[in-house]
Design a protein around this ligand. Sequence first.
Ligand SMILES: [Zn+2]
Length: 317
Amino acid sequence: MRTRVRAWQWHLPVVSMLLVMGSASAQDHVSAQGLLEGSGFPVDYDAVEFRLTPVAGRVHMLSGAGGNIGVFVGDDGVFLVDGQFAPLTERIVAEIASVSDDPVRFLINTHFHGDHTGGNENFSRAGALIIAHDNTRRTLAQPHYIEMIQTRFRAFGPLALPAVTFKTSMSLNLGGERVDVIHAPPSHMDGDSVVFFRGSNVIHMGDIYRSRGQPIFDRNNGGSYEGLIAASDFVLNLMGEDTLIVPGHGQLSTRADLEEVRSIMATVRDRIQAGIDAGNSVEEIVASDPSRGFDWRDGRLTVAETVRWIYTELAGR
Ligand SMILES: [Zn+2]
């Protein structure tokens, strides 16, 4: 009974917001994602299916649309890593209610991208304290642009902005477990954080690591390909042999999975660099398929685009 009451109290502000927003029309999409120009992150909200997976200790992974959510169940509150999209908040809260009847007290943003921060305002209204790196708040506080999806977003309002920020790292002590939030080297962008649940031995890497497809780096917001390799090394040094990884996108992973992705990134870099050293043009290098043999694939971003960006970065050194 206690679960039911608490969950309903929690839902009230969210339900009223969703009623105001209505269902998934084009205008709602513009509103929900704060679009000023461009199409943002395409989501069919009605078709989203959630999956809540126990990871280890007190940590669960919640997959839906957008970045994977880390769910830490403390003794007296829930701590979330990323919050996906605003129209999904009510369903996210319902999923969390299956493992805890306590409120969400803290929400970390691993970085500013809307598929990780869209739920900020809803969670903030419901009482959660939002935490992020200084650069994440700085970016969200003003209109911001993501070149790779050619979308400009409006500035987040005061309630949606992280209330607590940090420069290098910070720690939370929740129910006897220490949780470290650590700024990683510039990689997916300049404000990437990883969240290390020391007691549960789980690390959430945000979009520094994806378990499938090609690596993604947000060049016009401080990201780089070499940075992704360096940040992978940073996390490999931080984690233990048995630490489990919640990726920004993809499947629950192990140290060996991260080592493999790091190795693939280095191999592709070396192939592109060899082409540059041989005096080949960017299109010759694209045609040589430097990610051959690996799981890189065309999606919204094509493999060719990614290779061109890596070329530009390496050729400009
Ligand atoms: Zn991202």
